[in-house]
Ligand binder design. Structure first.
Ligand code: URA
Length: 431
């Protein structure tokens, strides 16, 4: 058995660690036998020296096995899962899960809380009175049996090593390391034990990794490590250089997702959702033609599954029959500063400003104002005249917000929207 000191010496020198050595440090993170100083030193050495695929696989496996592993697909064959790296206005999960379930593909997603410029699915679901978010294995199996989907937050028994390592990464400037991100995401994602996972890796100004090369590297790493650990996976790299859909803000996003579930959602949201649905269905061996998925949206079957699921997961039936979403009362138009073409949106800054106005969480554990929101009226490449309304804010007070938000929209002589789906990475086969 190597001592922590020996393991750190090797990693500092850029030598690859064995699976046993990586296993020891993860055990040390989970049982407290490695100090914060030792773990932080490992994280910094890993961030600078990198981790090769075998080390990343070992780290992911160790972190995954540090907690409960539900192996749900053993009881629900063909169970599909999706993970998004997050962005502004990303309400895809709320549409995707009931859409696939309405077409006979069961879906399980353990989701997270929002932090910084992105909003979490779990926070959005709080807009539905009564929703119970904490799910354990038995509850998931019951929901999957009764309505074909489950969506919520995992109990703290999932991947405890990640909680400790993530908190240390946050303090040591090691969040951005792609192998560490890969292991962190997968240690929680693979714990549910779906038959296959599809990743939606966002790229562009509102993404966790805005740079296309880094986003592609993360997508490839997520797929390769999932496959190495026995779960077939694919990834789509999708655009987040502007908010997805019209609305950003918790209550407004749930309302928009419900409209999309009736075939009336914005085209970009529907497009990303349908593309992911096609990949997930195919990957679990139950391919669905896109036409069938479109019919399930337009015909209202997907919305019916959403309502049934929400009620089974504690949602107030009276509210669900006639949902009401209260937006913050002060409406503020955001206007174009000049004429031209919308060339760039600082989407991360839009998300941060929404957060500062109360509509997001800038510190872990802080409360969220679900009614604060932004309706985005223009898309990249659209022509606008000076003074045109680019977006409308729903706030508690104006506070000079119009100017700060207007500065996020860059209008130039020319500009174009990037493709919505930039890349596709496939890892269907195990072994
Ligand atoms: N999400 C995670 O769960 N972990 C990371 O490291 C980054 C994003």
């Amino acid at each position: 058995m190597s001592t922590p000191y020996r393991i750190l010496e090797r990693k500092r020198a850029g030598l690859p660690l064995t699976a046993e050595e990586v296993g020891e440090l993860v055990r040390g993170a989970a049982d407290g036998s490695w100090s914060d100083a030792q773990l932080a030193a490992f994280l910094m050495a890993a961030a600078i020296r990198g981790l090769d695929p075998a080390e990343t696989d070992a780290l992911t496996r160790g972190m995954l096995e540090s907690g409960d592993c539900w192996n749900l697909a053993a009881e629900v064959p063909g169970l599909a899962d999706k993970h998004s790296t997050g962005g502004v206005g990303d309400k895809v999960s709320l549409v995707l899960a009931p859409l696939l379930a309405s077409c006979g593909v069961p879906v399980m997603m353990l989701t997270g809380r929002g932090l910084g410029h992105t909003a979490g699915t779990a926070d959005k679901l709080e807009c539905i009175p009564g929703m119970e978010q904490e799910l354990d294995r038995a509850r998931c199996l019951d929901l999957l049996e009764r309505c074909g989907m489950a969506l919520g937050v995992a109990t703290t028994a999932v991947a405890p090593a990640d909680r400790r390592l993530y908190a240390l990464r946050d303090q040591t400037a090691t969040i951005e390391s792609i192998p560490l991100i890969t292991a962190s995401i997968l240690s929680k994602k693979l714990a549910a034990g779906a038959a296959a996972v599809v990743f939606d890796v966002k790229v562009g100004s509102g993404a966790f990794l805005p740079d296309p090369d880094q986003a592609r590297e993360l997508a490839r790493g997520l797929v390769a490590t999932s496959v190495a650990l026995g779960t077939p996976a694919r990834a789509l790299v999708t655009d987040m250089s502007q908010p997805l859909g019209v609305w950003a803000g918790h209550a407004a996003e749930v309302a928009e997702a419900l409209r999309c579930l009736e075939g009336e959602g914005p085209a970009d949201l529907a497009e990303v959702t349908l593309a992911l649905a096609v990949e997930m269905a195919e990957l679990v061996g139950r391919p669905l033609p896109r036409r069938q998925l479109e019919r399930a949206l337009a015909g209202g079957q997907a919305r019916e599954v959403f309502l049934r699921w929400a009620e089974l997961q504690g949602g107030d039936p009276a509210w669900l029959r006639a949902p009401r979403f209260e937006l913050a009362p002060v409406e503020v138009p955001v206007r174009a500063r000049r004429s031209g073409v919308l060339a760039r949106v600082d989407t991360r800054q839009l998300g941060m400003l929404l957060g500062e106005a109360g509509g997001g969480r800038l510190r872990a554990g802080a409360a969220i104002d679900h009614g604060v929101s932004l309706a985005n009226h223009v898309r990249l490449g659209d022509r606008v005249a000076a003074g045109d309304e680019l977006a409308r804010l729903h706030l508690r007070r104006e506070d000079g917000a119009a100017e700060r938000f207007a500065a996020c929209y860059e209008i130039a002589d020319e500009g174009a929207a990037p493709p919505l789906i930039l890349d596709r990475i496939v890892g269907d086969r195990i072994g």
